[in-house]
Each structure stands twice: as C-alpha cells, then as structure tokens.
Design a protein around this ligand. Structure first.
Ligand SMILES: *[C@@H]1O[C@H](CO)[C@@H](O)[C@H](O)[C@H]1NC(C)=O
Ligand SMILES: *[C@@H]1O[C@H](CO)[C@@H](O)[C@H](O)[C@H]1NC(C)=O
Ligand SMILES: *[C@@H]1O[C@H](CO)[C@@H](O)[C@H](O)[C@H]1NC(C)=O
Ligand SMILES: *[C@@H]1O[C@H](CO)[C@@H](O)[C@H](O)[C@H]1NC(C)=O
Length: 679
C-alpha cells in the first residue's frame, strides 16, 4: 500500500517562534531562515490556526469548519523579506488576502491555538500561447492544496491569543519533500514513481504536447492492472481495457486493487470470490496519473487553462500502452468509466472521442448539463451563492437521521477555496471547474464564471463554458453532418446517479436524460437514477464483479463478431471533438487579446456632440470613465457599464478623448484611452 509520508527537513537555522505585544490587533510576521530560499519567487502563504494540540494540517476541512486560516499571495518573495498578515489585509484584490471562516484575521478570537504557516512556491512559466502564469507544479502528491513537496513550512507553535494587540512571529525553516518513491520511472516524482509488481505495471511518458504547451517537461502516467494468467509473450491472447478515470490514486490500481484484500485476492487468482471454479472476467484495468497545476487530475480533456491533456492521454499514452501490453486496440474494446470527477471524464472522453472508445459507464458525474452546475442554475441565475429569494444555495448535503440536510453552502466552499489560492489556483473543486470549463482571462488565469467573493455571475464568461456542457455539445452536434453525434453515440452512454447525490449531481444527469431522450428517444442513452442513493459506489451500485461482467457483455455484443457490432460511421475520425487546435484558438491568450478593444470616439452626424464606446473588456471588469479635453480631465470620473455608448458635448475646437479604467479582482488595473476627436 502506498502512502504519502512527508518528511520535513529541519533546518539548522531555525529561529524560535515567539509572540510579542504590538499595537493594532493581531498580526503574523513570517520571515525566512537564511539560505532556505535561494531565488525570489511568487507563491501563496497560508497561516493556519488550529485548536491547541491539534495538528494545523488536520484543521482545514470545509465541513468541519476550521478554527481560522488565512491566505496571502506573495510576489518575488525572497530571503530577507517578511510576510505580514494583519487586520487591514482584508479580502481585497490588491493583496489577495482572504481567510476562512472569517474573511480576516479578526476571526481569531481570544484563546489557545496551534499555529503554523506554509508557503506554496509557484513557478512562473510562459506557455506556448504567450500566457504567463505562476502556479505550483505537483510532484507525486496529487496536487495537495497545502504543504505539497517544495513548500516552505514553519514550526507549529502553541500561541495564547488575548483580546489585545500582539504579533505572532514565525520563520519558514523547512522545505517539504516527498521521499517514499521506490520506482525508477522517468520524470522523477512527477506523477509519482513506483516499482512494478507482478500484476501492477507503472508507465510514464514525457508528453510532447504538454511539454510544448507548458514550456517545461511534463509527464503523464498510467497504472496498468493485468488480469491473472496474463502472459506478455503470448502472441494471440488480447484483452479489452477499462480506462478507469479517477482522482489521484498514487500507486494503487483501479478499483482500489492495492487496498481491497478480497478484490485483490480474486483478481490475482482469476477465480470469482466465494466460488471454486468460476473465472473472473479477463480485462486490463488502467487508471491514469495526471496531477496538474490546477487539481489532482487534469479532467483528461483538452482545456485552454490546463493544456492538451486529452491528447496527451489519448494520442500519446494510450498508443504507448497498446504498444506495450496485449490490449485489443479497437474502440469496441476500450471502455471509459469512473465516478464523480471520473464520471464526467469518462462521459467526456466518449463524447469527444467516439472514434477511440466504445462506451462509457459513468457514475454520478459532475454536471452533465450546466443548467444545473450542482444546484446552481448557471445559465439563468444572477448569483451563484444566493437565490433571488435571498436563500443560500447548498453545495454539500448529507443524510442526517434519514433526512437530507444542507451542510455547506456554495458561498462557504468558494470562500474556503479562495483562502487556498486566488485566480482559481486553490487546486480544489470549484476552481478546477473554472480552469477546465472556462477560457483564459486576459490576466492569463481562468476566466471565472462568477466573482469568487460576491457570487455575482458573469453571463459572458459562462457562455464560454458551453463547449464543455456535454449535453449542449451533443445536441449542437446532433446531426451536423460532420460529428453526427445523434447517430454516433446512440446506445453507448451509460450513466448512473443517486437521487440523493450529496452534490446535487442528479440534477445535471436528469437534465441530460431529458434533453437527449427528447431528441433521440428513451433508449438513446441508458440513464439510471436510483431513488435515495447518495454519491459513491460502483455503476448502479453493482458488486464489482457483476459490473465487470456487465461491461464484458457489452464488449462481446459490440465486437465485430457480436450481436451489434459498432459501425464504421459510429467510430469515424470525423466524430472527434475537443481538438486542441479549436480549444486553444477559442480559449487561449490570443483569443483573450482578440476580445479586447479600446474606447472609440467619433463625431455625431450633426457635428455638435461626440459619441464614444467604452471599449471591450473581459466579463466582470468594473469600468470608470473620464472625459479628457486638451488632454486634461473634464468633469468627474463616472462609472459606466460594459457595452454602453456615451454622448458628450465638448467645447468646440478642443480635442476630446475618453479614458476608461477597468478593475477586477485578480486583474491589474488597466486604463485605456480612446482616439482624439476635434469638433
Ligand atoms: C535559482 O536560480 C538559478 C539561476 O536561475 C537556477 O540555476 C537554480 O536552479 C534556481 N534554484 C532553485 C532552487 O530553483
Ligand atoms: C464472500 O464471502 C464473504 C464471507 O461470507 C463475504 O464477506 C463477501 O462479501 C463475499 N463476497 C462476495 C463478492 O460475494
Ligand atoms: C438523530 O436521532 C437521534 C435519535 O433520535 C438523536 O439522539 C440525535 O440527536 C439525532 N441527530 C441529529 C443530528 O438530529
Ligand atoms: C440499461 O442498462 C442496464 C445495464 O447497465 C440494463 O440492465 C438495462 O436493461 C438498460 N436499460 C434499457 C432501457 O435498455
């Protein structure tokens, strides 16, 4: 069994952490031990306040509501610098400071705490489309939001906080490393590094397409579970493959092979559990290792913010797997499955690549239809956190004494994420959706669908998500003549969800079912909603072996000699979607630049007034305009809405211009000036 054990290197130079009285409430000062940080770096500092005697790292969960923790971006942070976190640093765009559950350090009330700080060290890279971002690259940790390898840490210290003014002094004195990898795969710790066992084989390749995009070496890996009796030198026997999409599973095989004794015993022996002679279905089970700078996995498709992971996995890694193992390298024998994130990934991979895969068995997938992004009516709502009647939208619900009970709101969860990282860099759920479904903003980070602090939805940003709204995509390409998904995907999508899904994912599944069956009839997709079931388990809550038998049956039926072979048309190259070329053209840096425009000013027909447009800006920028006459401000600056045009009657014969300043959280303020016009 694989487990991630962090080894914290104690530095010889650590300085004792102390508190001392100062004026102006509680502040935290953090310095760096000499020699620890060689180069200046961008990054994100987290200060965790846990109850006395509790490891601060055990007190960050949104559901258990941590005591208090605070996040703050640092830029070009170096050896002699101090990070200060104090009350005046509230949630605001400049500093990027935020906290949870309270927005600021004033949430730390008098009492005893165990306090520790961490610095997520970012690497600044310029990607192939010209966008520069600062992000952390994971190293076999599955993109931990805090304390991943390479992070700087302070000691955890016990602190008494009084009502008065005081300063907590901390020193970054260690670097977190990960040291329990046993393998000798290429790429070091990237995607983990594991040694083969008899049944589990680890493969990892340097991805050309990802390395080109990220302008550094990037790897993707797979963990391949072979069936009993597998013989590498057998030139005849070939096996179907289940490509099991999942979260970061380290070195564990699909379906928890390394963790589930009974499953492992049956798989290895090739005999179904509790029988003496019934053989297990013979399949190869593959799970991918694709931790990325935005999440524990890439979502396995091509996206403008995370890169061409779909191509890296499907066009680089799978051919490599087909070359090394005795697979049936044909669509009918390649199955996509998974639950939750993996549910969406498996559905998306079939929908985008009918040419490559045969069917998907997708369980409780992330929203299949963004009319219901969890419980948010994303296309129609004004706010992602609050309904029109003022009630809060729930993100997590649980069954308490037989009743579904709201546990965490969308607002709470988003504010919690914001503490871990700004500009969608928390490596947590809502942020990775922003990165996967959204395009790049002009600031190079995901163009967020709503303001992370207020929840205000930006419909123009949401519009870009439609390319990843799988229901919208299927309906839009139903009988286009090229992809023809109405025919190509018929009978190939199997989706399961429980009606009590803890994240409301049943809503997106039901919308998908209703829309595709309205178009293609009730059998077009096979959708099961099990009454009263929650999030989790195998497809249709089947026993694992019954499930494998179901899948093996589908493969047999759809093989060239089966009852209903997959047609050539259904797997034609033309059915392919989500091509990297279209994704980056629509969502990359070039597209972000192309949708901007300067204010433009022109004379009105009668020649007595001028008319000005405010220019085009990214969704969510608040604009302030200022008329200039002779290059000097005339009148007061005033707020303007995007898309409006302004009239002005200037003094004749003086050149008039319009200056517009745009501001948005996570963006650098920008002022754009129009052309000059003289009446
Ligand atoms: C610091 O920067 C130098 C020069 O750019 C580079 O060679 C070195 O690898 C960097 N060190 C670390 C720890 O990143
Ligand atoms: C096999 O039998 C054991 C012991 O009775 C039981 O716990 C287990 O659930 C059974 N497994 C299957 C797959 O039926
Ligand atoms: C659940 O029911 C039990 C027994 O009626 C009760 O003691 C308990 O407080 C209930 N829990 C909650 C969270 O309502
Ligand atoms: C849907 O698929 C399941 C197997 O997953 C099968 O038992 C069921 O009959 C199918 N339903 C329809 C309507 O074809």
């Amino acid at each position: 069994m694989w487990s991630l054990n962090y080894r914290v290197l104690a530095s010889a130079l650590w300085l004792a952490a102390t508190t001392k009285a100062t004026s102006g409430g509680l502040s935290v000062h953090i310095t760096v031990a000499e020699g620890l940080l060689q180069n200046r770096t961008d990054g994100h500092v987290l200060v965790l306040f846990a109850p006395a005697e509790v490891d601060p790292l055990d007190d960050t969960d949104v559901e258990s509501s941590p005591d208090q923790f605070l996040g703050k971006n640092v830029y070009q942070f170096g050896g002699g610098d101090t990070v200060t976190v104090r009350d005046s640093d509230n949630v605001q765009p400049r500093t990027g400071v935020s906290g949870f559950p309270d927005a600021s350090i004033t949430g730390v009330t008098a009492g005893s705490y165990r306090v520790q700080a961490f610095l997520n060290v970012y690497e600044t890279v310029t990607r192939s489309d010209g966008s520069t971002v600062s992000v952390r690259f994971p190293c076999g940790d599955g993109m931990e939001p805090v304390n991943g390898p390479g992070s700087l840490t302070t000691q955890a210290i016990d602190v008494e906080v009084s009502q008065g003014s005081e300063t907590i002094e901390l020193t970054f004195d260690s670097v977190t490393t990960v040291d329990d990898f046993e393998g000798s795969e290429i790429g070091g710790c990237s995607q983990g590094n594991y040694a083969d066992t008899e049944m589990l084989k680890y493969v990892k390749i340097r991805s050309d397409v990802l390395s080109e995009f990220w302008n550094r070496d990037m790897y993707v890996g797979a963990t391949v579970l072979l069936p009993s009796g597998y013989d590498a030198s057998d030139a005849i026997t070939r096996y179907p493959v289940i490509y099991h999409q999942d979260h970061w599973s380290g070195g564990s095989g699909a379906y928890g092979y390394s963790r589930d004794e009974e499953f492992k015993a049956a798989w290895d022996s090739g005999i179904l559990p509790n029988t003496t002679d019934q053989p297990t279905p013979k399949l190869i089970l593959v799970t991918f290792r694709h931790e990325s700078p935005f999440y524990d996995d890439s979502y396995a498709v091509n996206t403008a913010n995370i890169g061409p992971y779909g191509d890296a996995i499907n066009d680089e890694l799978i051919p490599y797997i087909d070359g090394r193992f005795n697979t049936i390298a044909q669509a009918y024998a390649r199955i996509q499955d998974g639950g939750s994130t993996g549910g969406w990934e498996s559905a998306a991979n079939l929908v985008f690549r009918p040419d490559l895969f045969g069917a998907c068995f997708s369980s409780y997938p992330d929203s299949l239809d963004f009319h219901h992004h969890q419980d948010i009516p994303l296309y129609t709502a004004k706010n992602a956190y609050t309904r029109d009647d003022g009630s809060k939208i729930t993100s997590i619900r649980e069954v308490v004494n037989g009743t579904l009970t709201d546990v965490v709101s969308v607002e709470q969860e988003n504010h919690w994420e914001l503490t871990f990282g700004t500009s969608s860099r928390s490596a947590l759920q809502w942020d990775v959706w922003n990165a996967v479904f959204g395009v790049q903003g002009l600031n190079n980070y995901p163009l967020e669908p709503w303001d992370k602090v207020t929840g205000e939805i930006f419909p123009d940003a949401v519009e870009y998500w439609k390319a990843f709204d799988l229901t919208d995509y299927i309906i839009s390409n139903w009988d286009s003549g090229q992809r023809n998904l109405g025919e190509a995907l018929r009978g190939r999508m199997f989706v399961y969800v429980g009606s009590w899904d803890n994240y409301f994912l049943n809503e997106g599944v039901e919308a998908f079912r209703d829309r595709v069956s309205a178009r293609g009839g009730p059998d077009w997709a096979n959708v099961t909603v099990l009454e009263g079931e929650q999030h989790g388990g195998n497809y249709r809550r089947l026993d694992t072996w019954d499930y494998f038998q179901l899948v093996a049956g589908w493969i047999e039926d759809h093989s060239p000699k089966g009852k209903m072979p997959l047609s050539k048309e259904a797997t034609a190259p033309s059915t392919r979607g989500n091509t990297w070329k279209e994704v980056i053209a629509r969502g990359g840096h070039g597209a972000a630049l192309a949708r901007q425009a300067h204010p433009v000013i022109k004379k009105n027909g009668h020649g007595r007034t001028v008319e000005a447009s405010v220019g085009r800006w990214d969704p969510g920028l608040a604009l302030e305009a200022q008329w200039l006459v002779d290059g000097r401000p005339s009148g007061k600056p005033f707020k303007v809405q995007q898309g409006t045009s302004l009239d002005y009657m200037p003094c004749r014969k003086r050149p008039v211009e319009l200056e517009v300043t745009g501001r948005k959280r996570g963006y650098v303020d920008e002022t754009r000036k129009s052309n000059a016009v003289r009446l």
